[in-house]
Design a protein around this ligand. Sequence first.
Ligand code: DLZ
Length: 178
Amino acid sequence: MTKRRLNAIEGNLSAAGKRFAVVVARFNSFITERLLQSAWDGLLRSGAAKKNIHIVRVPGAFEIPSAARTLAETDKYDAIICLGCLIRGDTAHYDVIVNEVTRGIGQSAQETGIPHAFGVLTCENLEQAIDRAGLKMGNKGFEAALAAVEMANLKKAVVGRWSLVVGKCNLPARKRKR
Ligand code: DLZ
């Protein structure tokens, strides 16, 4: 069988020259500081410069979406990395907050057009959180950092490709094939 190369657009994992904001919640800092260390590591190892990584701390996960939105709206960042840790407790707090945080981060990404990586752990207990902050399940901070780099580059690749096509095209905009 002949192998065909699939023609896909993808973002690469080079963070050189890119600017990132990392929003990190202080609540459950035992976990979130480990997510932050790993996200920082992931960005540096992808080629980001320290001066281009801005860390923004917020009280808890609930505050992440509004801070992310404020940062995204400055248009100074190629991507925003959101880090937090929600652990289910005895009250309904977790259920009330978890969807709000997820929706808020997604909405900020969609409405500003700036990629946001979701590195907010949503766990039943502390053990699950520890496993995802450097133990059995890797470190979700690192994964979020790489997702942010990839999506920032994907955006560049897509926008670059279409501006190239539109730039070369002689047809008036309304007659261009979509
Ligand atoms: C209050 C609260 C509780 C109970 N649990 C968490 C949690 O598991 N993870 C987290 O990041 N934040 C928690 N918070 C704090 C809220 O996110 C928020 O900071 C406060 O309600 C103040 O608005």
